[in-house]
Design a binder for this molecule. Structure first.
Ligand code: SAM
Length: 237
């Protein structure tokens, strides 16, 4: 398995908390043993230099080839925080590279106000999910921004708006039509519980986002996010 450093320098790494306790108590790790450690987004062979229940220290040796991150970015409208946290955790497990929380018109007012203070917690959730799923790279969770700002800065080649409107193209068909070059970078936008407003939908259209559907049923936002990531990643594989 891969161990994810809590702190590191160019030549050393330190694991604390559950990882240190597991190495010390369950695996009975000892100085001199070699493990694979992710430090600063890079995977290294690493040698233990000291072990306690609270902290395991390593010297970093050669860098190993890391997995290619899935070139998938998620624009996630702000919705109920417990559901959003679930979506962030699962999206991380599935391999998304980046999540931008978006302050949508129908995001509930109190959530919009509280969202900026939540970003750190969302980053911690992504970090824990990265450790749990043995990801080398930890997805970036941006600070929450308006839809206007999110669309203006989005550079992905393929931009997909998840919409429950019946006329939209199915997601897999829309991705098949862009071909392999379009898979180099894909952005998926998921609306809040109340959905995108018609003005927001029009705004997406002016920024060349394609409206797609996941089928006739209205899914909760977090279900739509995870289903869309799973379909997109299987098309991009
Ligand atoms: N406004 C909708 C309603 O009450 O009829 C519900 C919005 S839905 C709970 C939240 C978001 O999930 C939507 O904005 C969309 O991005 C996504 N979503 C839900 N069902 C979907 C479907 N069948 N196809 C594509 N996207 C869907």
């Amino acid at each position: 398995r891969r161990w994810i450093a809590d702190t590191w320098t160019p030549t050393t790494a330190s694991l604390t908390g559950d990882q240190a306790a597991h190495l010390a108590r369950v695996l009975r790790a000892e100085p001199g043993q070699i493990f694979d450690v992710v430090a600063g987004g890079f995977l290294h062979r690493a040698e233990i230099t000291s072990v306690s229940d609270q902290e395991v220290l390593f010297t970093l040796h050669e860098e190993l080839e890391a997995d290619a991150a899935l070139p998938l970015r998620l624009l996630l409208a702000v919705f109920k925080f417990d559901h959003m946290e679930w979506a962030i955790e699962k999206a991380t497990e599935l391999g998304v590279a980046h999540i931008t929380p978006v302050l949508a018109r129908r995001s509930e007012k109190h959530l919009t106000l509280a969202a900026p203070k939540r970003a750190e917690r969302w980053r911690r959730i992504a970090l824990e999910a990265s450790k749990q799923s043995r990801r080398t790279d930890i997805p970036e969770i941006a600070a929450p921004i308006t839809l206007k700002a999110a669309l203006e800065q989005e550079q992905s080649l393929t931009r997909i708006l998840l919409s429950e409107t019946e006329q939209a193209t199915p997601l897999a068909a829309a991705l098949a039509s862009v071909g392999p070059t379009g898979y180099e970078s894909v952005a998926l936008a998921i609306g809040p519980e109340g959905g995108w407003t018609p003005e927001e939908m029009a705004f997406f259209a002016t920024h060349n986002w394609t409206s797609v559907t996941l089928g006739p049923r209205i899914l909760r936002a977090e279900t739509a996010a995870i289903a869309a990531i799973a379909i997109a990643s299987s098309c991009m594989a």
